[in-house]
Design a binder for this molecule. Structure first.
Ligand SMILES: [Zn+2]
Length: 79
């Protein structure tokens, strides 16, 4: 479970939450043409995603925290 926290984060990851099975929920920029400051929390285990309208909002961080506490999906191994 320590490999996810000791490796270098991808450069676009602003915040990272560790799930109970060792995957991560990453808060990353997710800009669109209409909403250039949009951000998303993305689970790397099950691909669940929550986006917000602007910046890194409290509800975005709260979704990432709550999802990381309950998700049991593991990311597909990279070979
Ligand atoms: Zn998940």
């Amino acid at each position: 479970m320590t490999s996810q926290t000791t490796t270098t984060w991808p450069t676009d990851v602003l915040y990272r939450f560790l799930t109970i099975v060792g995957a991560t929920v990453d808060v990353v920029p997710a800009p669109t043409v209409a909403v250039p400051d949009r951000h998303a929390a993305v689970c790397r285990g099950c691909d669940a995603r929550h986006t917000n309208a602007i910046g890194v909002s409290h509800d975005l961080m709260e979704w990432a925290q709550t999802h990381s506490e309950t998700c049991r999906a593991l990311p597909r191994p990279t070979i």
